[in-house]
Ligand binder design. Structure first.
Ligand code: PGA
Length: 251
């Protein structure tokens, strides 16, 4: 069954103390709530184990924001999927546009990361999305399709079924400029069609496709009302428990 999901992406924000405090606040808000979606927070590596200690993962899932494309060894500064899993985290964001743009991540490296995440029982939240120029010159369908095909279409149908997708137009990330609900629905439906062509309708229907990019309490309900929008990947608005919960409660 396709899941509704709201996931926070804290990016490179919060000290350890601030992060643990924020996680506690979200956990507390969820304690007596019955959200109509799964709720996840993806936090900096340094925060994973201590955040895991203060949250109830039955109500609030925990994820990392990246992992390495190698199993282990002489890769100074890298964090493996196995290390992430050993903290208690269950999810990992992969292929975020900031990783692609600033750290040169390619479909080839992302393919390795996806395989290693799955091998360590982590659920990848795999990000795709076009830049403004590609939106404006009308090539964004091909861009998004290629990102999916290159990094994910070597997976078996069973493994593909474990992936959460996040469509994040780069022009909408951190800019305050959200895709309209119709723009999100159009590309999400297209993405589901690409998946159906490869893996069949059932796999496509069961894939959660989140929208990300300046999603906030004021626009979440409209976006989430669209049939092919299964939730959100939330950056800035996830750094405040109240606004994050405002988005969770938009379902
Ligand atoms: P934003 O970021 O909500 O701050 O636009 C979303 C993301 O990059 O995941």
């Amino acid at each position: 069954m396709r899941k509704k999901i709201v996931a926070g992406n804290w990016k490179m924000n919060t000290t350890l103390g601030e992060g643990v405090g924020l996680a506690k606040d979200v956990n507390e808000a969820l304690k007596n709530a019955t959200p109509k979606c799964d709720v996840i927070i993806c936090v900096p590596f340094t925060h994973l184990a201590p955040v895991n200690d203060v949250i109830d993962q039955n109500k609030l899932g925990l994820g990392a924001e990246n992992c390495a494309d190698h199993v282990k060894g002489a890769y100074t500064g890298e964090i493996s999927a196995e290390m992430v899993a050993s903290t208690g985290a269950k999810y990992v964001i992969l292929g975020h546009s900031e990783r692609r743009q600033y750290y040169g991540e390619t479909s080839e490296t992302l393919k390795e990361k996806v395989n290693l995440a799955l091998a360590n029982n982590l659920t990848p939240i795999f990000c795709i999305g076009e830049v403004l120029e590609e939106r404006e010159n009308g090539t964004y369908h091909d861009v998004v399709k290629n990102q999916i095909v290159e990094a994910l279409f070597d997976l078996s149908a069973e493994d593909f079924g474990k992936i959460i997708l996040a469509y994040e137009p780069v022009w909408a990330i951190g800019t305050g400029k959200t895709a309209t609900d119709d723009q999100a629905e159009e590309i999400h439906a297209y993405i589901r069609g690409v998946i159906a062509d490869k893996y069949g309708k059932e796999v496509a229907d069961n894939t959660s496709i989140l929208y990300g990019g300046s999603c906030k309490p004021s626009n979440a309900a409209q976006l989430f009302a669209k049939p092919n929008v299964d939730g959100g990947l939330i950056g800035g608005a996830a750094l405040d428990a109240q606004s994050f919960m405002g988005i969770v409660n938009a379902f």
